[in-house]
Design a protein around this ligand. Structure first.
Ligand code: B16
Ligand code: MG
Length: 220
């Protein structure tokens, strides 16, 4: 076992499923009769499904019963799944496969730490499911990011102390969760937005060669 391990967020790091969440949430907003834009969708990134619905209803200033909420959560997910089930390996984001190959070569283990309850299905669709040492997803946690729970469970699966775990995240709440877990946080996306991350890259192709070797020498 290596002295460091990696925890990957899914949406926005390995694949871009935000566009499918957007289409499914927009359909619900259309049904409820208000506009839901791509910038509204930014507010839902990294956030749990239930919390996403609450934010969406706030945007539309819509009040509905708990029963209706449950129905909309189910129908939104059915719409979302209609897109997800068409995904394939071509949707893996640039640099992700290469990074996993490099980690394998360095014998650095990696697990998934995602808010999505659909994470196992998505990984299977793109052909990456069997490569992860473990999966922590929206089904395994009781507290959503920015709570560190998802990543602390990930550290257990890696058999490592939190300070020896490196987290790749595209959402502010995810970077905060990694920092709260006392892990090394890497923000993927806009550096201004993710300015609390310890390292920032626009995407995974920007990770410098030797990045993990350097971290390894620091953590020996
Ligand atoms: P589901 P991540 C998150 O994935 C998405 O960013 C977020 O937009 C979504 O609401 C959440 O998963 C829950 O997804 O409805 O599939 O359970 O970024 O944590 O990998
Ligand atoms: Mg994400």
């Amino acid at each position: 076992m290596n002295t460091i391990g990696v925890i990957f967020d899914l949406d926005g790091v390995i694949v871009d499923t935000a566009k499918y969440h957007f289409l499914a949430w927009k359909k619900l907003a259309d049904t409820l009769g208000f506009e839901f834009t791509e910038s509204h969708n930014e507010l839902l990134k990294g956030v749990s499904r239930v919390r996403s619905l609450e934010i969406l209803l706030d945007i539309g200033k819509v009040h509905i019963s708990d029963n209706e909420k449950q129905e909309y959560l189910i129908s939104k997910n059915e719409d979302y799944l209609s897109y997800i089930t068409k995904m394939g390996p071509e949707e893996i984001l640039p640099g992700a496969s290469n990074l996993l190959d490099n980690l394998d070569a360095l014998r650095i283990d990696y697990v998934l730490g995602s808010a999505s309850k659909n994470a196992p299905l998505i990984l299977k669709q793109v052909g990456l499911y069997n490569r992860f040492k473990g999966i922590v997803d929206g089904n395994s946690v009781s507290k959503a990011k920015p709570d560190p729970e998802v990543f602390l469970i990930g550290a257990k699966k890696l058999g490592l102390k939190p300070q020896n775990c490196v987290v790749f995240e595209d959402a502010i709440a995810g970077v905060e969760a990694a920092n709260a877990a006392k892990m090394i946080s890497i923000g993927i996306g806009d550096a201004q937005t993710l300015n609390r991350a310890h390292y920032n890259f626009n995407d995974l192709t920007e990770l410098p060669e030797g990045f993990f070797q350097e971290l390894l020498t620091e953590k020996v």
